[in-house]
Ligand binder design. Sequence first.
Ligand SMILES: [Zn+2]
Length: 123
Amino acid sequence: MGKTKPHRTVERDDGTFALAREKELLRHYYEGNRLPSPTGEFLMVLRVQPEADGSGSIILECSSSSLRYRLNVNKATRTERAKVREVLEKGGEPRCPRHVNQLLIRVKNDLQCPLCGVRYAKV
Ligand SMILES: [Zn+2]
């Protein structure tokens, strides 16, 4: 590898590191703000990964160190699912309950947010 590992982080099997203050970063992410990296630079989104349990993962790369991080996005809550279902029943196009102005996309039999990877409804 030849890279210096940052302190107090554990490298995972997929080569990504955990991030401290995930909640705060997620808030920035939902609002569409830039994400500060642990080195004081910025984190760039490499990809959004939907997980088998309905949650999502955001794979990020630090703009200065090129270290990769993974941000875990919580599964949809009951309230979020209900909101999405309500829009569907009215024949509307459901948006991500967390992202501003982001429409959900259909992937197989699920409605999922392309930005957080979370599944919000079955279709
Ligand atoms: Zn979203």
